[in-house]
Write a new protein. Structure first.
Length: 634
């Protein structure tokens, strides 16, 4: 059997988009013995000049790889981490085989110099007191004016981590607000619980590295281990421990199944430590927030200053800057051809007439995120969609029966009078979308226009929340008469069998050479448009119906994974014989996507092993097995 499988495709997709081409084929991985897993043969360990350690599997990619390393446990064919202190360390390598995970003997390696620059981040000092010191943390026993807490534990809604109705799920440091702070409860953690005698002591020194000693008050036991602080994303620092765990009361041992790996830190200052663990029992997913106060604060040795430092200084709200706003306003496309007009008309979006944009300390984000119909974000009536906004290059505008003059000042459209675009009335609130000076948050030519007026300010008096109106471009000249055909070249399609499991027809792969079946710059799909690919299968014999689906890498789409998850997607179709089939993808990313940006592949994949066979699996046979019939956008 000859299988065409291009090296550049496998390497690029495995390293850059692991979800696109998974390397976990453990069911087919042959057995290995512990004595086979030797450094230099099965894997390598390298240490560079800045104390970055790289662990690399030298085995076939069919093996899933597991590592026990100084900073904790890891998974993957290559793992990188940094060690600030000189010393001798151990790593243990394991692989998943037919008989289960097999580990080799520990391998010792040396780091010859200290690299204290790795410890410059203030969180290390906040957690430990600094290099050569230790810091003791005890369960929070009252409200100290920090941490939004009055006791040792509280709860946070994973679907609304800011507890403000925004629907924000992005929990992180200084980005969490509890939906319930129970204080002390007899059924939860009473004030006289032995748990309140627990503590965690974090230490940092050039002899022992990053160590933790903890005492569990309910059990009267002491545990010692290692800890690692991952600060690769300063908004989302996480804590991992080896031979230890983050402190919690024993009644919650079975509430969360992870108290050791990538524990989310929600606050860390010299005075307060808070982390979150996800509830995994039958009650359902929920963040449990564990609160600790520094012992020197609890005993009164240290007072919390009124200007308690913040780890991340939030950037001041910055009004969006849209270059060439006037040109973008009057540019659209007709059947795929760019067109610039003397005037343009905009329609209130039927999908999201309004929204709020709020400054999340680094960027503007939607508040509603499409979740309309609640008390705080009511649905709009048909009357909100009645009027059209028409702008001319000469500076005239009309909206319903209102007309006048407007000017453009940077990213702001200024009307000569207060313009009420529409009013949304719900059972509990009325929202008036009106104003004179409208800041443009988004102008996607031919697709959408988002404009807003300030609604709230931050503590410094800066506008940090805007009420926005969402518009779509009205099609010029009546719009498209039908689907837009996308040109393709069948000679440049690449058919191959991926991982001995899936039949693929590759139309475009920005990481896979220069030959593509389509011109990526011609593949531009607007918000809510549908991309259709029609293919013809030939020479297959099916033992059972298989799933076929169109795969891509747009991370903002709801279903952007690859095999095998993609076969469960709504857009997957069933094939059971030779013939012509159409697979589709509707652009649900919220904005126009353009394959010319070189950020997504476009590949048909079909279940193959166990579902179908080909009499000829040569390069020529595979290419003949699937041809492109048409590609359209509608």
């Amino acid at each position: 059997m000859k299988i065409k499988k291009l090296t550049y495709l496998s390497a690029a997709l495995a390293l850059l988009f692991s979800a696109c081409s998974p390397d976990d084929y453990s069911l087919n991985s042959p057995n290995l013995k512990p004595e086979d897993l030797v450094e230099g043969v099965a894997y390598s360990v390298t240490v560079d000049a800045d104390n970055t350690v790289t662990l690399t599997s030298l085995l076939d990619k069919s093996y899933s790889c597991y590592w026990t390393q100084p900073n904790g446990r890891s998974q993957g064919r290559e793992v990188k981490f940094q060690l600030p202190f000189a010393g001798q360390y151990e790593v243990t390598f394991g692989v998943d085989t037919r008989g289960g995970v097999v580990y080799g003997a520990p391998y010792k390696f040396n780091v010859t110099t200290n690299n204290m620059s790795l410890l410059e981040d203030p969180l290390y000092t906040y957690l430990t007191g600094g290099v050569g010191k230790s810091k003791k943390w005890v369960p929070c026993d009252k409200a100290y004016g920090v941490g939004q807490c009055s006791g040792p534990v509280m709860y946070c809604n994973p679907d609304d981590v800011l507890n403000d109705g925004s629907g924000d799920t992005n929990i992180g440091i200084n980005h969490m607000s509890p939906n319930w702070d129970p204080g002390f409860q007899s059924w939860l953690i009473p004030q006289d619980s032995p748990y309140m005698n627990s503590y965690m002591t974090f230490s940092l020194d050039d002899q022992n590295g990053c160590t933790i000693e903890e005492f569990q008050g309910e059990e009267g036991t002491t545990t010692k281990g290692k800890w690692n602080l991952n600060l690769s994303d300063k908004n989302h620092p996480v804590l991992s421990l080896t031979d230890a765990y983050v402190m919690h009361n024993t009644a919650f041992n079975s509430v969360c199944d992870n108290y050791t790996t990538d524990i989310v830190i929600t606050e860390l200052t010299p005075y307060m430590l808070q982390f979150a663990t996800m509830r995994t029992n039958s009650e359902g997913a929920w963040w449990i927030i564990w609160n600790f106060i520094a012992e020197d604060v609890q005993n009164g040795t240290v007072e919390i200053p009124s200007d308690e430092p913040s780890y991340i200084e939030p950037a001041a709200p910055a009004v969006p800057e849209i270059a060439d706003l006037e040109k973008r306003l009057f540019t659209t496309d007709i059947n795929g051809v760019e067109f610039t007009g003397a005037q343009m008309t905009f329609l209130v979006s039927e999908d999201a007439a309004y929204d709020w944009m709020w400054w999340n300390s680094s960027a503007w984000e939607s508040v509603v995120k499409g979740n309309y119909g609640s008390n705080w974000a009511p649905n709009w009536g048909d009357e909100a969609l009645e009027n059209e906004l028409t702008l001319t290059k000469k500076g005239d505008y009309t909206y319903g029966d209102v007309s006048g003059k407007y000017t453009i000042d940077g990213s702001v459209i200024k009307f000569d009078r207060e313009l009420t675009l529409f009013t949304v009335t719900g059972d509990y609130r009325t929202i008036e979308v009106k104003g004179t000076d409208w800041t443009v948050f988004k102008c996607d030519p031919g697709s959408e226009l988002v404009i807003g007026v300030p609604e709230k300010t931050d503590a410094n008096g800066k506008d940090n929340t805007y009420l926005v109106a969402n518009f779509t471009y009205k099609p010029v000249g009546g719009g498209q008469s039908g689907p837009v055909a996308v040109a393709f070249n069948n000679d440049n399609r690449n058919n191959y069998i991926e991982a001995e499991k899936y039949f693929r027809c590759q139309l475009y792969n920005p990481w896979g050479g220069d030959q593509h079946a389509i011109d990526p710059t011609a593949l531009k799909v607007k918000k809510n448009q549908k991309l259709n690919v029609t293919l013809k299968l030939s020479g297959f014999t099916f033992s059972e119906p298989a799933k076929m689906v169109l795969c891509l890498n747009w991370e903002t789409t709801a279903q952007s994974g690859w095999e095998p998850d993609c076969f469960t997607y709504d857009r997957a179709i069933t094939v059971n014989g030779d013939g012509i089939y159409t697979i589709s993808w509707t652009n649900d990313t919220g904005s126009t996507v353009n394959w010319g940006d070189n950020t997504s592949a476009l590949i048909m994949t079909m279940q193959y092993a166990g579902y179908a066979t080909l009499a000829d699996e040569s390069e020529e046979g595979l290419k003949a097995a699937c041809t492109i019939e048409s590609i359209t956008i509608e």
